[in-house]
Write a protein that binds this ligand. Structure first.
Ligand code: FAD
Ligand code: MLT
Ligand code: ZN
Length: 475
């Protein structure tokens, strides 16, 4: 098993220090700590005895300077919706929560640039922007809980990436507190800035291992005037693919999402959440969203695409939504798969990037391999981004089932030069599999960055990278 690294243990002097630094916001009540010690999936649990809720970067800086000096380990936490066990302590690391860092700093309606603290909830930011005619460039099922800082720390993808690109493009600046307490102010609000290395990129997707993100500057698109949604059924996966290429060609710049799910996913959202399927039984479903500035233009385009898709037999049945309520209901069918899966049993989650043509073969092969030993093997995801979510449910957790899945899934993915973590990160659960997607030289360089930025290794230990030195141990 994994051993606790020789960090210091909390003493009464530490508790007194934190209490004086942030009175009433340094919590050691075991009851209150419970939900912060366990992840969203309830699959990993830590035993932290201290939860800190700073309000400012200056406080984060004082916390880290102290922890660095005292050799105390820290686990940064946002909305705790991460799916790879990265957001909770492994042992007794101090939990540093951004829950109270929820202030909007500025919004410029001319440039569309929002600057806010890391603990702002994604959905709240989106609501704030909508009132001003803008939206966030990202959206995900966890929007009601996840924090923008957590989104940046995981480089979250989600449902709008197809249209607005990844956070690596839309995040314009970051304020980060380094492990020793240094405040790195790279909170630029410029579209263009080629002055030296782009340091913020190091922190995007670093999962709390290189620094604590305290503020974010992000470029936000205009709120589209017209949104349409089509939910369609396809007879096989090759038709799903062809529907995508056809729709991209015919919808062009107004296409804003292309998601897919298989019939097993549909069964689970119906069975566990009581949602109803508006489309006749099909092996596959796709959800296509358009966002544009002219509803009649968009509808005309969407209709001619639908006509083409129906007459050519790509799509067998479908429904379209233009009003908010129906749009939300259709989105739920896709967004709530994650929740339905957790109700189906214990879930083995895989988040894979592959060439789109190969995407569903992994589900078929895994299903055939596991046979009766799994309850359900399902595939869904961000097809337009080449991102498959392969999920397996079972009545209970078993080593033999895990051994049948891993490393099979990782080897399969590596064979087609895919990624074993498309958007969720490596966290605690996947760090030992990084070599399936990165060469040793890259892992070694990552470890050197980590050692430089966090020489004592106090920031989110046991996460993201395998222990150093890897060059010898990984191969
Ligand atoms: P947490 O879970 O709290 O933390 C995640 C990681 O970031 C941890 O390693 C943590 O240490 C670190 N971290 C958090 N805040 C900071 C900070 N301020 N500074 C430094 N490090 C920090 N993910 C996707 O990519 N796409 C999806 O479509 C998607 N859909 C989801 C749907 C559901 C229903 C759920 C439950 C999860 C989904 N996720 C998705 C996963 C998750 O929501 C994202 O990874 C999200 O970005 C995590 O944000 P959070 O604030 O909850 O971070
Ligand atoms: C999604 O796309 O629904 C999320 O990434 C969550 C998941 O993978 O279950
Ligand atoms: Zn996803």
């Amino acid at each position: 098993g994994l051993r606790r690294l020789p960090f210091a243990r909390l003493g009464s002097g530490d508790a007194a220090f934190f209490e004086s630094l942030m009175p009433g916001r340094a919590c050691s009540n075991p009851e209150e700590l419970k939900s912060f010690n366990v992840d969203w999936l309830k699959s990993v649990r830590g035993c932290s005895e201290l939860l800190l809720k700073p309000k400012t970067a200056a406080e984060v800086s004082q916390v880290l300077r102290y922890c660095h000096e005292r050799n105390l380990a820290v686990s940064p936490q946002g909305g705790n919706t991460g799916l790879v066990g990265g957001s909770v302590p492994v042992f007794d690391e101090i939990i540093l929560s951004t829950a109270l860092m929820n202030q909007i700093i500025s919004f410029d309606p001319v440039s569309g640039i929002l600057v806010c603290q890391a603990g702002c909830i994604l959905e709240k930011l989106n609501e704030y922007l909508e009132e001003r005619g803008f939206i966030m460039p990202l959206d995900l099922g966890a929007k009601g809980s996840c924090h923008i800082g957590g989104n940046v720390a995981t480089n979250a993808g989600g449902l709008r990436l197809l249209r607005y690109g990844s956070l690596r493009g839309t995040v314009l600046g970051l304020e980060v507190v380094l492990a020793d307490g240094t405040v790195l102010d790279c909170l630029a609000s410029l579209r263009k800035d080629n002055t030296g290395y782009d340091l913020k990129q190091l922190f995007i997707g670093s999962e709390g291992t290189l620094g604590v993100i305290t503020a974010v500057s992000i470029l936000c698109p205009q709120k589209p005037k017209a949104v349409n949604l089509a939910f369609l059924g396809c007879q096989d996966f090759s038709r799903v693919q062809e529907t995508f290429t056809t729709c991209r060609a015919m919808l062009g710049e107004i296409l804003s999402a292309f998601e897919f799910m298989d019939e097993k996913c549909m069964e689970l959202v119906e069975k566990h959440l009581g949602l109803s399927n508006p489309v006749r039984g099909s092996p596959f479903y796709v959800l296509i969203e358009t966002s544009g500035s002219n509803s009649s233009h968009d509808e005309e385009k969407l209709n001619s695409f639908l006509e083409q898709a129906m007459t050519s037999g790509l799509v067998t049945d479908g429904t379209v939504a233009v009003d908010d309520k129906k749009i939300k209901a259709l989105w739920s069918l896709r967004e709530r798969i994650t929740e339905a899966l957790t109700r189906d049993g214990c879930v083995y989650k895989y988040d894979i990037s592959l060439p789109v043509g190969k995407l569903y073969d992994l589900v078929t092969d895994t299903r055939a391999r596991l046979g009766q030993s799994a309850k359900n093997v399902v595939g869904y995801g961000h097809l337009g981004d080449g991102n498959l979510h392969l999920n397996i449910t079972a009545e209970s957790y078993s080593h033999s089932l895990l051994d049948a899945i891993e490393p099979f899934v990782y080897e399969w993915t590596a064979r087609y030069n895919g990624s074993i973590s498309a958007e969720h990160g490596l966290g605690f659960k996947k760090k030992q599999f990084i070599q399936y997607s990165k060469p040793n030289e890259a892992i070694f360089l990552m470890q050197r960055f980590k050692a430089m930025l966090d020489p004592k290794g106090i920031l989110n230990p046991y996460k993201t990278l395998p222990p150093s030195p890897s060059a010898d141990t990984i191969a």
